[in-house]
Design a protein around this ligand. Structure first.
Ligand SMILES: [Cu+2]
Length: 191
């Protein structure tokens, strides 16, 4: 998983603060506002196979944590664009169960026991493998990089028990991210 959404929240909160300070300092504009809706839709659609992406709802996270719908879809999948503030490309497309899981993660609430699927086919993802809320690499948060992958979230312990759970996994094969937290999930590379 990415901390992209959580990062987006922080970014947007920071952007709001920047706007507040703009009046005083005339500082530069927050870059989170740079993408147009069309650009965000294109970015979001890149996360999943075309057959899924073209019928998916596309949403963008708002400053208050709510979603703004950029395009309504019909297949039960929701796609979110890359967060330009993070190093790697990180758009994602997810089914309804995975969307619930993401909301739980962002809200720091226990996720429902509902298995969900997420696509992150757009490219490399940098994240802490041990801290669901880390924003930056530190000496001990096991910052790792994973290429295009799919994720299984909300599965039971027996499912995750099948896969490696080390803090420094081989990201070329399936592994469990955020082991030991309520948000552990399978990361499965597809390339
Ligand atoms: Cu992921």
């Amino acid at each position: 998983m990415r901390r992209a959404i959580f990062t987006s929240l922080l970014m947007l909160a920071a952007a709001t603060l920047s706007v507040a300070s703009l009046a005083v300092t005339q500082d530069k504009k927050p870059e989170a506002a740079a993408l147009t809706d069309a650009q965000m839709i294109k970015s979001a659609m890149a996360a999943a196979p075309t057959a899924i992406a073209k019928h998916a709802t596309v949403v963008a996270m708002q400053a208050d944590g709510t979603m703004r719908t950029l395009r309504k879809g019909s297949n039960g999948f929701t796609c979110m664009p890359d967060n330009p503030a993070t190093p790697g490309p990180d758009p994602m497309c997810m089914d309804a169960n995975a969307m619930e899981w993401v909301h739980a993660w962002v809200a720091h609430t226990p996720p429902a026991a509902k298995v969900g699927l997420m696509y992150m086919l757009s490219g490399g993802t940098d994240a802490s493998n041990t801290d669901p809320y880390a924003q930056m690499p530190t000496a001990d948060n096991h910052w790792i990089k994973t290429g295009p992958h799919v994720m299984i979230v909300g599965a039971d312990l027996g499912f995750y028990a099948q896969y490696p759970k080390g803090t420094e996994p081989d990201t070329g094969v399936p592994y469990v991210m955020w082991t030991g937290t309520p948000y552990q999930h399978l990361m499965a590379p597809v390339k």
